[in-house]
Ligand binder design. Structure first.
Ligand code: ADP
Ligand code: MG
Ligand code: MG
Length: 930
């Protein structure tokens, strides 16, 4: 105790001087406390993830609920922040606090760090706030050197074990800390090559690691050290404290390695969070046949079934299971070989779920029959499993329905709608291999054997299947680019499976019949050779591998909702999905509409639960069949009369289109945007097309050419488009309005309610809207009189230029609704052309000038302000002003969060994204209500 006080005293000034601690708001930090202990004495708990990282916080939490955890301590994420803010140095108080932590471990284990009788070995483990699988590297058996290894051998009476630990330690430390890694021209880790060489020298075969003798291991340690000396140019450190400080530096250093940065970018993890480091007393899974190590889930994370799921290896240390070096056994097998340990794990499984109220993914080690817990966290799961977990746990009363809704990640939901193999096609396809079903779904692709080539192929637009013996973090880019991943080795907790599960990739792993030859770039299965670029298909739900390309079929949800397939509607997946969507409706304030231009798209969206059209783009209707000719005739017309004649040809087409859409809507409203793109987009641009058109409509080619030339704009995005067209040529708007109202009259007479909402695009001045309003109302009056009907309609505008947003109070005097066109609003607010942003935006992301692509996720602090201003001013003029959004941001969960906050009435997105938007809207409403 007295010692601790002294420690605090020393550390205080350091913490005050540096402002590091202040920048961590999430958890109250004790100033100057850099080390949190767990074990018999536990300082932290599960809520302290920002400070202790996910791993450290949960190790503390497991200690608190009485689970068997080897003692250790966590160095806080504050130290990581300090490390980077201070030229990779540590706060001065750190060392003493670590010494205290080691002392506590020594006391609890009865061992001593660096001792020559009974040495304490530790692991050094990274742990960010959110788990980053495979990103940060763990070092085991730290504290071994040429002396302590002897002590460990003598103490345990097991020299093989001691030297196995030493071998592993030098290898891991050499790799992670001293940087002895695969060079670009090497296909294998250099240490693995040393092992392979020795095996072949001594046994002429690829024997298992467990078959290596003490003498082999000693030789390996010697060769490893030589390799380190050669490649790193320095001696392997012998002092345990030097080893420890080096390892800690490596963990902090790895926070900024390429892989970690790629991962953080993909998952939007801020680099400021930093990682914690855990230093923990070792327990040994490699002492012999009564020991082992494994990973398990409290339920099946691939399909969601309530079954103990996982795997283990006898006589192994943790990384073996994950690395896929040997293919492990399913955890159920443990019941046969170590029934007591299995029973203990079952008990732990129950305890974990009761306590954390969510499915846990945990890591354990068995040392001479005794189970130790080394990690637990909420298990990553497929969308399928997330759905089943949430439904089951709600039924089991572990969670309520609102939590169940929150448990389904909105950005994963699309996985449930992803295609499966077409049953009749797959029946014909030859199964060439089977493996473990690690990531459900169906994928077909051209095979590539390394990440780099997979990325290049995907960039060319190929559908890619990444095939590897096993994957490692270096392959991440390739995995992101691929449709699916196939590995020859490794189990359901191998790196490939882990990443696939998280990214929703289709994955089959451990397909042993698949032989991969990296050198020749050929995959051989049962004598059949597949070169890079050849097609293969995998079923990640069943674990099957097929030769060639296999056709896919819609998922049960799509089949049930869209095709009204009765068998599909009876499946559990379908029913659970419907239940989830019902809860979403119960929770949501904001409604979800769809962007649709055809009756079919409209019906699909309604089947998915959309309650109207938020954006019907009329220009698409001008491209079909012969219509484009009439459209071109209109554009080329030199007189008003000629233009009106051409428009008259277009009218019936538009009317029929609208009638079809109104019928499909079954009474829901439709926001219809009037012609928006620049006219020249409709004209033919090649000489050949121009000649064709000239013949068709009987004008001179020169006329067409000169009109094309005349319509050319330097900056069409900011040119003669949007309402500017309708103002320049009111007869276009008049035709469109007439088509809408005539269609409305027809469908209304059929007994279907019709609610058209005409939307004038690109309004920046109230007067623009007023001019168009006149035209629209006139058409409405005419049609109502002609058809003797009363039509219910609205006219509003799109807010998509900053001036429109800033003068929303004026615009709202004329508009009955606003719909935010966030695509153009983003372009005009940022002065950034979306179509040209590809040349600089990636660099902006790299430099973190923009955190996310502003065309995918709304730029809340910039464009968001314009939205907020428009909402406030618009509603000040018209309190009931209806507000929606129809940009591409409308199905992005983060953006939906923002739209909910500013009080929009609806979002609108493409038909197949409707469920995603509904879920995101529900989750936003639920978290706002908390
Ligand atoms: P990751 O973040 O990659 O999962 P971990 O820090 O969890 O890395 O370490 C990987 C594996 O190393 C663990 O699953 C565990 O089996 C083993 N391990 C880590 N620390 C210890 C320890 N103190 N004793 C025994 N095994 C350990
Ligand atoms: Mg690791
Ligand atoms: Mg782990």
């Amino acid at each position: 105790m007295a010692k601790k006080k002294a420690v605090k005293k020393v550390s205080k000034p350091a913490a005050k001087k540096k402002t590091v601690v202040k920048t961590k708001p999430a958890v109250k930090t004790k100033a100057g406390k850099y080390v949190y202990h767990f074990g018999r004495k536990t300082d932290g708990n599960g809520t302290m993830k920002p400070l202790l990282g996910g791993k450290g916080a949960n190790l503390a939490e497991m200690c608190r609920i009485g689970l068997p955890v080897p003692p250790g301590f966590t160095i806080t994420t504050d130290v990581c922040t300090y490390y980077y803010a201070n030229k990779r140095t540590y706060p001065s108080a750190l060392r003493a606090q670590m010494q205290e932590g080691i002392a506590l471990q020594e006391k609890q284990t009865g061992k001593k760090f660096g001792d020559l009788k009974n040495p304490l070995l530790v692991s050094v483990r990274s742990g960010a706030r959110d788990s980053m699988p495979g990103m940060m590297d763990t070092i085991l058996n730290l504290g071994l050197n040429d002396q302590t290894v002897g002590a460990l051998a003598t103490k345990t009476g097991n020299p093989r074990f001691a030297w196995d630990c030493y071998r592993r330690f030098v290898q891991m430390y050499g790799d992670v800390v001293l940087g002895v890694q695969k060079r670009p021209d090497e296909d294998h880790e250099p240490f693995e090559t040393v092992i392979e060489t020795l095996k072949h020298e001594r046994y002429h075969a690829d024997i298992e690691d467990t078959a290596l003798t003490v003498d082999d291991l000693k030789e390996l340690v010697a060769r490893f050290k030589a390799l380190v000396k050669e490649r790193a140019g320095k001696q392997f450190p012998a002092s345990p404290w030097d080893q420890l400080m080096g390892a800690i530096g490596a963990v902090f250093g790895s926070w900024m390695n390429d892989r970690a940065i790629v991962y953080r970018r993909k998952y939007n993890i801020p680099s400021e969070w930093g990682t914690a480091v855990n230093v923990q007393a070792m327990v040994y899974g490699n002492t012999g046949e009564t020991s082992g190590s494994g990973v398990a889930f409290t339920r099946n994370p691939a399909n969601g079934n309530k079954e103990f799921y996982g795997e283990f290896l006898i006589n192994a240390q943790g990384e073996d299971v994950v690395a896929g070096v040997r293919t492990p056994d399913p955890v159920a097998e443990l019941n046969k070989v170590m029934p007591k340990a299995y029973a203990e794990l079952e008990r732990i499984r129950q305890t974990l779920e009761k306590h954390f109220k969510d499915v846990q993914d945990f890591e354990f080690t068995i040392e001479d029959g005794v189970v130790y817990m080394l990690q637990t966290r909420n298990g990553k799961r497929t969308a399928m499993a997330a759905l089943k977990f949430s439904m089951d746990m709600q039924k089991e009363k572990l969670i309520d329905w609102k939590t169940a809704v929150m448990r389904n990640p909105a950005d994963q939901l699309e996985q449930l709608l992803a295609p499966v193999f077409d049953l009749s096609e797959v029946a014909k396809a030859p199964v060439i291999a089977t493996g473990l079903p690690a990531g459900p779904g169906a994928a077909s692709g051209q095979i590539y054997l390394n990440a780099e080539r997979a990325v290049i192929a995907a960039e060319k637009g190929e559908q890619v299947l990444l095939v590897r013996v096993e994957t490692s973090p270096e392959d991440l880019r390739g995995m992101i680019a691929a449709e699916g991943i196939l590995t020859a080795r490794g189990g359901v907790s191998s790196h490939a499976a882990l990443v696939a599960r998280q990214m929703g990739k289709v994955c089959v792993c451990g397909a042993a019949a698949v032989e991969v030859d990296y050198q020749k770039r050929v995959v051989t299965v049962d004598g059949q050779a597949f070169k890079e670029g050849d097609w293969m298909s995998i079923d990640g739900t069943a674990g099957k591998v097929y030769a060639g390309k296999v056709k896919t079929a819609p998922s049960e949800i799509v089949a049930g909702l869209i095709n009204n397939d009765q068998a599909a509607r009876q499946t559990e997946k379908f029913k659970s999905f419907q239940q989830l969507m019902k809860w979403c409706s119960d929770a949501t304030r904001m409604s979800v509409r769809t962007n649709a231009d055809t009756p079919e798209q409209t019906s699909n969206a309604i089947a998915f639960g959309a309650v109207g059209i938020g954006l019907c783009r009329t220009e698409h209707m001008f491209f079909e069949g012969d219509r484009i000719d009439a459209m071109r005739e209109m554009i080329l017309a030199e007189t008003l009369e000629a233009r009106k004649a051409a428009l008259a040809k277009l009218l019936p087409f538009q009317r029929d289109d609208f009638a079809g859409i109104f019928r499909a809507l079954k009474g829901y409203p439709a926001t219809i945007r009037f012609l928006d793109p620049p006219l020249h987009e409709f004209l033919p641009h090649t000489a050949e097309q121009q000649a064709d058109l000239a013949k068709k409509i009987g004008v001179k080619v020169e006329t067409i050419q000169s009109r094309v030339h005349q319509l050319h704009e330097f900056n069409p995005m900011l040119g003669f488009r949007g309402c500017r067209l309708g103002i320049g040529y009111p007869e276009i708007s008049a035709m469109q309005a007439r088509a809408v109202f005539e269609a409305a009259a027809i469908v209304q007479k059929e007994g279907i309610k019709v609610r058209p909402e005409i939307m004038i695009p690109l309004v920046g001045f109230k007067k623009e809207l007023d001019l168009q309003l006149e035209v629209v109302h006139q058409a409405a009056r005419d049609v109502q009189a002609e058809q003797k009907v009363k039509l219910n309609y609205m006219v509003g505008t799109m807010i998509e230029v900053p001036r429109g947003a800033l003068t929303a109070d004026e615009v709202a005097q004329s508009a009955e609704f606003f719909s935010f066109g966030t695509n153009d609003l983003t372009q005009t607010a940022l002065g950034m052309s979306r179509d040209d942003s590809g040349s600089f935006l990636p660099n902006y992301a790299e430099l973190e000038i923009v955190k996310k692509n502003p065309f995918a996720t709304i730029d809340v602090s910039g464009v968001g302000q314009l939205v907020e201003v428009a909402v406030r001013k618009g509603r000040a003029t018209k309190p009931n002003l209806k507000l929606g959004i129809c940009g591409e941001h409308d199905d992005d969960p983060t953006s939906i969060h923002f739209f909910e906050k500013v009080g929009l009435d609806y979002v609108s997105c493409s038909p197949f994204r409707v469920p995603v938007a509904r879920l995101a809207a529900a989750q936003t409403a639920l978290s706002a209500g908390k």
